[in-house]
Design a protein around this ligand. Structure first.
Ligand code: 5GP
Ligand code: ZN
Length: 114
Protein backbone atom coordinates (compact mmCIF):
# COMPACT_ATOMS: atom_id res chain seq x y z
CA UNK A 1 0.00 0.00 0.00
CA UNK A 2 1.61 3.21 -1.22
CA UNK A 3 0.71 5.69 1.48
CA UNK A 4 0.75 3.36 4.45
CA UNK A 5 3.36 4.33 7.03
CA UNK A 6 3.55 0.80 8.47
CA UNK A 7 4.06 -0.73 4.99
CA UNK A 8 6.92 1.75 4.54
CA UNK A 9 8.41 0.70 7.89
CA UNK A 10 8.10 -2.98 6.93
CA UNK A 11 9.79 -2.24 3.58
CA UNK A 12 12.55 -0.31 5.43
CA UNK A 13 11.68 2.91 3.58
CA UNK A 14 11.13 4.55 6.99
CA UNK A 15 13.44 3.70 9.91
CA UNK A 16 12.14 2.07 13.06
CA UNK A 17 13.51 0.29 16.11
CA UNK A 18 12.70 -3.34 15.40
CA UNK A 19 12.82 -5.86 18.23
CA UNK A 20 11.49 -8.97 16.43
CA UNK A 21 10.87 -10.07 12.86
CA UNK A 22 9.71 -13.22 11.10
CA UNK A 23 7.99 -14.05 7.80
CA UNK A 24 4.62 -12.75 9.02
CA UNK A 25 5.22 -9.88 11.41
CA UNK A 26 7.57 -7.06 12.32
CA UNK A 27 7.61 -5.80 15.91
CA UNK A 28 8.83 -2.25 16.53
CA UNK A 29 9.04 0.16 19.45
CA UNK A 30 6.17 2.66 19.46
CA UNK A 31 7.41 6.16 18.61
CA UNK A 32 5.23 7.63 21.38
CA UNK A 33 5.36 5.11 24.22
CA UNK A 34 2.44 5.02 26.66
CA UNK A 35 4.11 2.55 29.04
CA UNK A 36 7.68 1.52 29.93
CA UNK A 37 7.34 -1.23 27.29
CA UNK A 38 5.24 -0.21 24.29
CA UNK A 39 5.71 -2.33 21.20
CA UNK A 40 3.70 -2.68 18.00
CA UNK A 41 3.31 -5.98 16.18
CA UNK A 42 2.68 -5.17 12.51
CA UNK A 43 1.40 -7.78 10.08
CA UNK A 44 3.64 -8.02 7.01
CA UNK A 45 0.53 -8.13 4.82
CA UNK A 46 -1.39 -4.86 4.52
CA UNK A 47 -4.67 -5.57 6.29
CA UNK A 48 -6.51 -2.37 7.15
CA UNK A 49 -7.98 -3.45 10.46
CA UNK A 50 -9.42 -6.23 12.59
CA UNK A 51 -12.76 -5.67 10.88
CA UNK A 52 -11.60 -7.36 7.66
CA UNK A 53 -9.91 -10.42 9.19
CA UNK A 54 -11.37 -13.48 7.49
CA UNK A 55 -10.30 -16.95 6.33
CA UNK A 56 -8.06 -15.46 3.59
CA UNK A 57 -5.80 -13.51 5.97
CA UNK A 58 -6.34 -14.77 9.52
CA UNK A 59 -2.98 -16.58 9.44
CA UNK A 60 -1.35 -13.16 9.89
CA UNK A 61 -3.41 -12.44 13.00
CA UNK A 62 -2.60 -15.89 14.39
CA UNK A 63 1.10 -15.40 13.70
CA UNK A 64 0.96 -11.99 15.37
CA UNK A 65 -0.26 -13.65 18.57
CA UNK A 66 2.38 -16.37 18.33
CA UNK A 67 4.92 -13.56 18.11
CA UNK A 68 3.42 -11.73 21.11
CA UNK A 69 4.33 -14.59 23.44
CA UNK A 70 7.91 -14.70 22.17
CA UNK A 71 8.31 -10.92 22.25
CA UNK A 72 6.92 -10.65 25.79
CA UNK A 73 9.51 -13.17 27.03
CA UNK A 74 12.26 -11.35 25.15
CA UNK A 75 11.16 -8.01 26.65
CA UNK A 76 11.05 -9.53 30.16
CA UNK A 77 7.37 -8.76 30.77
CA UNK A 78 5.96 -12.29 30.51
CA UNK A 79 6.10 -12.99 34.28
CA UNK A 80 4.27 -9.86 35.49
CA UNK A 81 1.92 -9.68 32.53
CA UNK A 82 1.04 -7.13 29.91
CA UNK A 83 -1.81 -5.85 27.75
CA UNK A 84 -2.38 -6.57 24.05
CA UNK A 85 -4.53 -3.91 22.38
CA UNK A 86 -6.02 -3.55 18.93
CA UNK A 87 -7.74 -0.30 18.05
CA UNK A 88 -10.22 -0.77 15.17
CA UNK A 89 -11.72 2.06 13.14
CA UNK A 90 -12.44 5.62 14.10
CA UNK A 91 -14.49 4.91 17.23
CA UNK A 92 -11.82 2.45 18.35
CA UNK A 93 -9.16 5.16 18.07
CA UNK A 94 -7.23 3.57 15.21
CA UNK A 95 -4.89 6.15 13.68
CA UNK A 96 -2.79 3.94 11.38
CA UNK A 97 -4.97 1.85 9.08
CA UNK A 98 -2.70 -1.17 8.97
CA UNK A 99 -3.42 -4.06 11.33
CA UNK A 100 -1.24 -3.93 14.42
CA UNK A 101 -1.32 -5.04 18.02
CA UNK A 102 0.03 -2.91 20.84
CA UNK A 103 1.97 -4.71 23.58
CA UNK A 104 1.97 -2.59 26.74
CA UNK A 105 3.75 -3.51 29.93
CA UNK A 106 6.52 -2.82 32.39
CA UNK A 107 4.15 -1.39 35.02
CA UNK A 108 0.74 -2.06 36.55
CA UNK A 109 -1.57 -0.65 33.89
CA UNK A 110 -4.74 1.24 34.81
CA UNK A 111 -7.99 -0.52 33.94
CA UNK A 112 -9.82 1.63 31.43
CA UNK A 113 -12.60 0.75 29.06
CA UNK A 114 -12.30 3.92 26.99
P1 5GP B 1 -3.31 3.17 16.63
O1 5GP B 1 -3.78 4.46 17.20
O2 5GP B 1 -3.53 3.13 15.13
O3 5GP B 1 -3.84 1.97 17.33
O4 5GP B 1 -1.76 3.12 16.91
C1 5GP B 1 -0.81 3.67 16.09
C2 5GP B 1 0.47 3.74 16.88
O5 5GP B 1 1.54 3.89 15.97
C3 5GP B 1 0.54 4.90 17.86
O6 5GP B 1 0.77 4.41 19.18
C4 5GP B 1 1.71 5.75 17.36
O7 5GP B 1 2.49 6.30 18.40
C5 5GP B 1 2.50 4.75 16.52
N1 5GP B 1 3.21 5.32 15.40
C6 5GP B 1 2.72 6.19 14.47
N2 5GP B 1 3.65 6.47 13.55
C7 5GP B 1 4.77 5.77 13.90
C8 5GP B 1 6.06 5.67 13.33
O8 5GP B 1 6.40 6.28 12.31
N3 5GP B 1 6.96 4.86 13.97
C9 5GP B 1 6.63 4.16 15.10
N4 5GP B 1 7.58 3.40 15.64
N5 5GP B 1 5.40 4.24 15.67
C10 5GP B 1 4.49 5.03 15.07
ZN1 ZN C 1 0.12 -1.03 5.27
Amino acid sequence: MEDCIFCKIINKEIPSEAVYEDDYVLCIKDINPMAPVHLLVLTKKHICCANVIDETNSLYAAKAFEAVAKIAKQAGIDKNGYRVVNNCGDDGGQTVKHLHFHILGGKKLPIEMA
